[in-house]
Design a protein around this ligand. Structure first.
Ligand SMILES: *Cc1c(COP(=O)(O)O)cnc(C)c1O
Length: 220
């Protein structure tokens, strides 16, 4: 299958799953995770109308998307990798959505930068470390409410939650948990599900699924 066939097949699977799942959200968006692949690979998708792309690293995203932006005003770039405070300025200038808010100091750095200048970024998701894994980004579930309150007090437009469940356990309980927390905070956006488990995530209420490998093949 070429990339367009994979793309259309994935869209169809997302559609079918969304239509037949009672807990699914009315609209499910595919974030095409382009990390590790060059801009040439994105062209067929852009031509086919895909506009939402996810990247893990600020610098890679700048190099790849910086020049392309001007040609696609409705492009929507999501940062899905952890953000260091010293990259905040660049990230806010490039990304439309930052999905990885996970600590008060990062919120403070972002709030300072937004005060100073106009930024591209209009929406933030809080990443929740649902598996409570030490090596993983995301706020511990126990601290989610206070981090959310901190973001509110700093006037950051938080519109959703995101998680990356542990690789060694079934993802469904993590997805259900994230959706429940989003409901409690009255947040519409729930970013969960990747190539291997996006249908489970949709059934449990994902608004955004993040798909890399199933679309572009293995990363080198
Ligand atoms: C790489 C990555 C993805 C995409 O994973 P695939 O399994 O390749 O679909 C999704 N979310 C995050 C946070 C990632 O880092």
């Amino acid at each position: 299958m070429d990339i367009l066939e994979r793309y259309n097949t994935l869209k169809e699977r997302i559609d079918q799953c969304q239509k037949h799942a009672p807990l699914a959200q009315k609209q499910v968006k595919m974030v095409a995770v382009s990390k590790g692949h060059g801009i040439a690979d994105m062209m067929p998708l852009l031509a086919a109308g895909q506009r939402i792309f996810g990247e893990n690293r600020v610098q890679e995203a700048q190099e790849k998307w910086g020049a392309v932006r001007a040609s696609y005003p409705d492009l929507e770039l999501h940062l899905i990798g952890s953000l260091q405070s010293n990259k905040v300025k660049e990230a806010l200038a490039l990304f439309d959505v930052i999905q990885t808010l996970d600590r008060p100091s990062l919120i403070d750095a972002i709030a300072r930068e937004i005060k100073r200048t106009t930024v591209q970024c209009t929406s933030f998701f809080i990443q929740v470390n649902t598996g409570e894994e030490v090596q993983k980004g995301g706020v511990h579930p126990y601290n989610l409410q206070s981090l959310y309150d901190h973001a509110q007090a700093s006037h950051l437009p938080v519109t959703g939650l995101m998680c990356v469940p542990p690789t060694d356990s079934p993802p469904a309980p993590h997805f259900a948990f994230l959706r429940k927390k989003a409901k409690e905070l009255d947040l519409q956006n729930v970013s969960m599900g990747m190539s291997s488990d996006f249908e489970t995530a949709i059934r449990l209420g994902a608004s955004h699924v993040r798909i890399g490998t199933a679309l572009f093949g293995e990363r080198t």
